[in-house]
Design a protein around this ligand. Structure first.
Ligand SMILES: [Mn+2]
Length: 326
């Protein structure tokens, strides 16, 4: 039998040419960020989620993943503000309503204040393509941020409260919580602790509240940055059925200094990672993550421009075919 991952892509919430391009490249499944602008409806409302699900379905695309969890709810939780309880309640409503709308995966993360972080969004790469990069020495020159000091202990404490409250709701709703590792996987950064900086810490999240609905987003890019044996980690987490979503990308470097790469040019043997997914029998949602910006593109959304994604999807599909024919 031919094995395949469910090929998803990060798509805009409004119908756009990206929906068509993705379908033409072989994407069947959508990943969306819930719009959080001042004029957008509340992210936790059932109607918001149902409408997105139906809009995509009308175009033949199956919306299965929300990524990332909305900042309006997650930041009070991660930063421990006075909106903590309010945000936790709304987050539970969101998860419950995702289940009702048929959206099965929530990709959340525990990076507080500063999300994925780079010191350059435009490093020249192959043929003049532009990639992002991170240099810790340069980042630290920025000093403390508006978010003040947040310790790793604070974050673990909040993570535990969050999971104890949300996991039972997720079980009931049939929604999977897929925590994304920190990017860069380094702690602290400008006074803000980070906790999801190693495979063992991802395991710690899984073990905090054991449940078939509490698992991870296996971001190959972040995990490659950690400098680990990737196929081994794939087998470790997929073997426990704790991977709910794959991010496919690569880097060159380590947590303190790295640059992103084309999928065919990074430090990881991507074929071996694909073989590990096949060996584990994982068939869930998979999306290509950050890609280089290519010629003619304005680099307005570094990592998420169009041509690099189409190239990466084709490359990933080629790897899938390769492992199937071994
Ligand atoms: Mn990722």
């Amino acid at each position: 039998m031919t094995w395949s991952l469910t090929i998803a892509d990060m798509l805009p919430a409004q119908r756009s040419i990206m929906w068509q391009l993705a379908k033409q490249a072989g994407v069947t499944t959508a990943v969306v960020s819930l719009p959080e602008g001042p004029d957008d409806p509340p992210v936790w409302e059932f109607e918001t989620l149902l409408r997105l699900k139906q809009d995509f379905a009308g175009d033949g695309i199956d919306l299965q993943v929300i990524e990332s969890a909305p900042a309006v709810l997650m930041e009070p939780i991660k930063q421990g503000t006075d909106r903590f309880d309010w945000a936790l309640d709304r987050f539970c409503e969101l998860i419950d309503n995702m289940g009702r709308a048929g959206i099965s995966v929530m990709c959340h993360n525990f990076m507080a204040g500063l999300g994925w972080l780079r010191t350059s969004m435009a490093l020249p790469d192959r043929g003049g393509a532009l990639v992002t990069g991170y240099d810790h020495e340069l980042m630290e020159r920025g000093g403390p941020t508006e978010f003040g000091e947040i310790s790793e202990g604070d974050l673990w404490e909040r993570m535990e409260i969050f999971l104890k409250r949300v996991v039972p709701v997720a079980e009931n709703a049939g929604v999977k919580l897929a925590v994304h590792p920190d990017d860069p996987p380094l702690s602290p950064i400008r006074g803000i602790g980070r906790i999801l900086t190693s495979p063992d810490n991802l395991q710690r999240v899984i073990d905090l509240v054991p449940s078939p609905n509490n698992g991870i987003t296996f971001c190959q890019g972040s995990i490659s940055t950690m400098g680990v044996d990737m196929p081994r980690e794939i087998r470790r987490f997929s073997g426990q059925n704790k991977v709910f979503f794959i991010h496919f990308r690569d880097v060159d470097g380590n947590p303190r200094k790295f640059r992103e790469t084309f999928h065919d040019e990074g430090q990881t043997d991507m074929f071996e990672t694909m073989r590990a997914w096949r060996d584990c029998g994982f068939t869930g949602p998979f999306r290509v993550d950050h890609v280089p910006t290519m010629a003619g593109e304005a680099n307005l959304s570094p990592g998420y421009d169009v041509m690099g994604r189409l190239y990466a999807i084709g490359y990933a599909k080629g790897l899938m075919e390769g492992v199937n024919k071994m």
